[in-house]
Design a binder for this molecule. Structure first.
Ligand SMILES: [Zn+2]
Length: 589
């Protein structure tokens, strides 16, 4: 196999292991079959155009085809590889097979010469074969020169063009070529080939290490082989996964999983800590982002495929972890996560602050679950509209629940199932009370009861909170209670309230405290829920809703649009006289 290794000391692996026969071409079976058939039936075209990504075997195929046509024992689909012609072509030195690179400066001149030389007979072979690499780089003049030749090709001439950018080839040229599209090569096939190369070099490598290389090469056999070449040159007894990560500046899978797990457990601080460590150790942050993208992609596949997923990036031994994480997530949440990551990738290009961008992505990801997906929003909206229609009076929605809270509790919203991972939830779903306008008073009462007297009495000065978005509560303190508000607003106490809310409702709830803008009664927020939805009031609500950080985030992260403002989105600044509800009337005046 290593045919040229001896001559010049060292030849790169990709060249030494360049396929010499059609049967050696990995992952291009359709192309090979068509060419073999053409040779067998003596219907080889005058001009071929090979298109496809870099390193998928276009030039190798061109050389094999040239050997097949010119071999002393040919034309044949299995050139001998022994005759002078076969060996000359394999080495790129045959007089009748002219290889040129249109991307090089010389290429343009060479193509002009083609017109002059094309008429002369091949010196020793059947055909004069021109192999033009990166043919899309030709100037319009050069294409014109080429076209004249292609229009009336002499019998003894064959053209093989290769390009990575077929869309740049003029249609006049395209229409005179037989085109073959080379596919990207699958990871499994690349690993197989790398394994052969490692064995051929009398070296050893972990399968996982080879998989890693193949994945990095993204379908390009040449890239995979040159990566392997570098890694083998680095030495070491055995090529291990750790060594590959170390040399590539990528994070071991365990670290990517740890990072993903922190994010999925809403532990933004933990995720940032892990990122900090990775950065300190000199890991490439761009690579880390790619790895996270791969991980989220795997989550998506595992979630959608339901137990059967042969094409995951992650090695098999992690599949169980991945599957349990994926099962606890809602597909929309995973997709939103992929959006966040790919948006970050786009921003990362040309940015001088990769770390900040990655940190932002991690914090966003760890909060994704708080932002109910667009689908869920739509569902909630539909339920609300349905219940308002059924009761015939939107005002009475608080008194007539859309559905008995019990039935909702039994089936927690899908996107919020992931708490199972954190383990601090009530063990039985039935014991939770999901947050809705109907359950709000009860939820808040239970929250206060669990918080302890001091904290609860401070919070009570603000009355009852209002629902300010999906799974979000806002509590407004009247100006006279600045001190109580300050007490309640420490990060520890805020976190404590969110923790208790989560225990009671069974899903994450965002809790915020604000100062009321006017002197309206503290309980106005709750009462506003019962108000008439007059157009002006509705517009005011809309405007306020758009100012809500929660809503802004939903629009930014999920690409959501404000469709409707819910009755529950009440504000303390609403004139008290508008109110119809009776619940808080005693506090007025
Ligand atoms: Zn031969």
């Amino acid at each position: 196999m290593p045919e040229a290794a001896a001559n010049e000391g060292y030849t790169v692996l990709a060249r030494r292991y360049r396929p010499q026969q059609f049967a050696d071409l990995v992952g291009q079976e359709a192309v090979v079959q068509a060419l073999v058939n053409a040779l067998a039936s003596n219907r080889v075209a005058h001009a071929y155009l090979f298109t496809g990504a870099r390193g998928v075997g276009k030039t190798s195929t061109a050389r094999i085809l040239a050997k097949a046509l010119n071999c002393v024992r040919g034309p044949t689909a299995t050139p001998c590889d022994q005759c002078e012609i076969c060996q000359g072509i394999a080495a790129g030195e045959d007089v009748d097979v002219i290889e040129m690179d249109a991307a090089s400066n010389r290429g343009i001149d060479e193509i002009r010469e083609v017109r002059l030389t094309v008429r002369s007979r091949p010196s020793r072979s059947r055909y004069k074969i021109y192999i033009v690499d990166e043919v899309h780089m030709l100037t319009p003049q050069a294409f014109n020169a080429l076209l004249k030749t292609l229009e009336e090709p002499p019998e003894h001439v064959k053209f093989i063009f290769a390009t990575t950018e077929v869309q740049k080839i003029p249609i006049t040229i395209l229409s005179r070529c037989q085109r073959f599209d080379f596919a990207g090569i699958g990871t499994v096939r690349i690993v197989e080939r790398l394994r052969q190369v490692v064995a051929g070099e009398a070296r050893e490598a972990d399968d996982e290490a080879l998989e890693l290389i193949a994945r990095r090469a993204g379908g390009s056999m040449r890239d995979a082989q040159s990566l392997l070449d570098q890694l083998l040159a680095f030495g070491g007894e055995r090529l291990t996964t750790d060594l590959v990560h170390q040399l590539l500046g990528t994070a071991p899978d365990e670290r990517v999983i740890a990072l993903a797990s922190a994010v999925l457990e809403h532990d933004a601080a933990g995720a940032l800590e892990l990122l900090g460590q990775a950065a300190d150790e000199g890991l490439q942050l761009g690579e880390l982002l790619e790895q996270l993208l791969d991980y989220w992609r795997d989550l998506m596949v595992a979630n959608s495929a339901g137990g059967h997923y042969p094409h995951l990036n992650l090695p098999v031994r992690y599949h169980e972890t991945l599957a349990s994480q994926a099962a606890a997530l809602n597909l929309d949440t995973i997709l939103a996560g992929l959006d966040v990551l790919s948006m970050t990738k786009a921003r990362l290009r040309g940015s001088g602050h990769p770390r900040v961008l990655l940190e932002m992505a991690l914090v966003r990801l760890s909060r994704l679950d708080d932002l109910v997906s667009v689908a869920q929003l739509a569902q909630m909206l539909n339920e609300r509209v349905g219940s308002a229609g059924a009761s015939g009076d939107a005002r009475s929605s608080a008194a007539t629940p859309p559905r008995p809270p019990v039935s909702r509790a039994a089936v927690p919203p899908e996107g919020l199932k992931k708490k199972q991972l954190t383990g601090d939830e009530p063990s039985r779903a039935e014991s939770t009370l999901p947050l809705t306008p109907d359950t709000l008073p009860q939820v808040w009462q239970q929250t206060l009861a669990l918080l302890g007297q001091m904290h609860a009495s401070d919070l009570q000065k603000a009355g009852q909170p209002a629902i300010s978005g999906p799974n979000a509560l806002v509590l407004r303190f009247p100006p006279s209670y600045n001190l109580a508000q300050e007490h309640c607003q420490t990060p520890a106490k805020m976190a404590r309230v969110e923790e208790v809310l989560r225990k009671i409702t069974g899903h994450p709830v965002v809790f915020r405290i604000e100062a009321a803008a006017s002197t309206a009664s503290p309980a106005a927020a709750q009462a506003a829920e019962d108000e008439e939805k007059t157009p002006s009031r509705y517009q005011r609500q809309r405007a306020e809703a758009l100012k809500e950080p929660m809503v802004k985030r939903a629009m930014e992260v999920l690409g959501a649009q404000l469709v409707d403002v819910d009755e529950g989105f009440a504000t303390a600044s609403t004139p008290v006289s508008d109110r119809v509800g009776a619940a808080a009337d005693s506090e007025e005046a």
